[in-house]
Design a protein around this ligand. Structure first.
Ligand SMILES: *Cc1c(COP(=O)(O)O)cnc(C)c1O
Length: 496
């Protein structure tokens, strides 16, 4: 029973319960009471292992109620069997003199969400077998584009589960939309919502916490769970690749064992960067976390001032997966920074709900600023970064990764800190072909995404990922649209 809730630290659940429920009944998020430790000797032992071996080590420390065999099966299902290019889920690419990229987009949907969402179905069905009550699991997902497709791919035709995805109808790229609307599988549903990502996320959270809806779907033999990064089962697989990247840096002799690194993460919902924070909490040598945002720079302001204020304009940018004003995983960081003060977290979250803002006590702001540096970039600077990196390194990055590379540079210029920098590369540029072509100042960009894939390939000489090419001939299955107030109804229809 080593997990508790950010809003009620008297709760005590096992990791399987935390994963199965997704969110705590009073609306808090599940967090580990204590972090397992990672020593330099442990890292030495992990260096010669492959990704699956490292994953088994890390997951066994967090998911203590899973057997070694159960974890092995989940890991094999996720990262074995040729699902990732060359069987390497998280390779490094060095941009000499600038940063090392941790490429997390070699999975079936070409974004880093695959790293967790290929594993989550195994963790969830294993959890249901351990502590479920025989009901099937209804997964609801709010997506800013990449989570939706990755969750659909992960959960399609998994026995005992159904999955419904809500995405903002004008808030995702053409390729992201196509990836979702063509999804195969007998247990899937995809709905476009007239609103932005925050509306989708709020709607899904409301469904999860509605007693009435839970009872209604309960009578139909379902329980809700989440595949968003509010689910602990989404975060724990992400801790693995930070530790794995450090091991690879040691193996490649780019750093010596024990040297600190800095990590720069393109951030939206704060899940990915939080996983890095957990890795350091275990003992991974990390100096600073650079939190890179796009024009929706609510986190930059928060880190610089200690005030979180979502009352601001929302911008649709070329990095749509970061177009977020309410970063839900921040709640977990607040819990840890406050020394596990769930009453304080509850008050802060109430402030966010009611006034749309809150201010941290000064000691917490100081703790936040010790670990995190906030930076953001506008569209023009992001586009210039895509051009520059292609010119300097003959390497093509997507708009999200460009935001992070820009942030890493801004941090170094502002601080003079020359600690080796790992920048997290979160998506294939081909998921955002039209935006990338625009960044490269190509004229007259077509509305046809497959034409854009080909043009980008010819322009840059980089390979188009096979899963995207293959979509050209797959028919669209899903065209349903709804308003935010109709989301609950859409869910009930789906679970009929
Ligand atoms: C989801 C996503 C992000 C943001 O990650 P968070 O965990 O939400 O902070 C960044 N880039 C891409 C490509 C994504 O899909």
């Amino acid at each position: 029973m080593n997990y508790t809730s950010t809003r009620d630290n008297t709760q005590a659940v096992s990791s399987a319960q935390a994963i199965l429920r997704g969110i705590s009944p009073e609306g808090g998020l599940y967090v580990p009471r204590q972090l397992p430790t990672l020593t330099l000797e442990d890292i030495t032992a992990l260096v010669p292992m492959d990704y699956r071996g490292r994953a088994a080590w890390v997951l066994s420390r967090f998911l203590t109620d899973f057997t070694a065999q159960e974890l092995e099966d989940c890991i094999q299902g996720a990262y074995g069997g040729g699902k990732f290019d060359d069987g390497l889920p998280a390779p490094l690419t060095a941009l000499e003199g600038e940063a090392t990229l941790l490429e997390l987009w070699h999975g079936p949907t070409c974004a880093f969400k695959d790293m967790a969402l290929q594993l989550l179905p195994g963790l969830l069905t294993t959890s249901a077998a351990k502590c479920g009550d025989g009901r099937r699991t209804a997964i609801l997902v709010a997506t800013s584009g990449d989570t939706g497709k990755a969750a659909l791919e992960g959960f399609k035709d998994i026995p005992g589960t159904r999955i419904q995805v809500f995405y903002p109808t004008d808030g995702v790229s053409a390729m992201q939309k196509r990836q979702m609307n063509t999804q195969s599988g007998g247990n899937v549903s995809v709905v476009a919502v007239r609103g932005n990502f925050d509306d989708c996320q709020t709607g899904v959270k409301a469904i999860f916490t509605s007693q009435e809806l839970q009872e209604e779907v309960g009578e139909r033999g379902y329980r809700f769970s989440s595949a968003n990064s509010i689910n602990w089962g989404r975060l724990v697989p992400q801790i693995v690749y930070y530790i794995s990247a450090y091991c690879d840096l040691v193996a490649e002799e780019r750093i010596s064992l024990g040297d600190p690194i800095n990590l720069c993460v393109p951030t939206g919902n704060f899940g990915n960067i939080l996983a890095a924070y957990y890795a350091r909490g275990m003992g991974l040598p990390v100096g600073k976390f650079i939190c890179a945002s796009n024009r929706n720079n609510v986190l930059t302001d928060f880190i610089r001032t200690g005030t979180y204020d979502r009352n601001r304009p929302f911008f649709a940018t070329s990095s749509p997966s970061m177009d977020i004003l309410v970063s839900s995983n921040l709640e977990r960081l607040l819990y840890h920074l406050s020394g596990a003060d769930s009453q304080l977290v509850t008050r802060l979250m109430e402030g966010l709900n009611i006034q749309g803002r809150y201010t941290l006590p000064a000691t917490m702001t100081q703790a936040l600023q010790r670990d995190f540096y906030g930076t953001f970039c506008d569209e023009e600077a992001g586009n210039a970064t895509i051009r520059r990196v292609l010119e300097d390194y003959d390497y093509l990055v997507d708009p999200h990764t460009a935001v992070a590379l820009h942030g890493a540079r801004a941090y170094r210029e502002a601080t003079g800190d020359e600690t080796p920098m790992v920048v997290v590369s979160t998506a294939s540029p081909y998921k955002f072909a039209a935006s990338v072509l625009e960044a490269l100042e190509e004229p007259e960009i077509s509305g046809d995404d497959f034409e854009n894939l080909e043009r980008l390939r010819v322009r840059t000489g980089t390979p188009v990922p096979q899963p995207l090419l293959a979509l050209d001939t797959v028919p669209v299955r899903f065209t349903q649209e709804c308003t935010t107030s109709q989301m609950a109804e859409a869910t009930l229809d789906f679970l009929r």
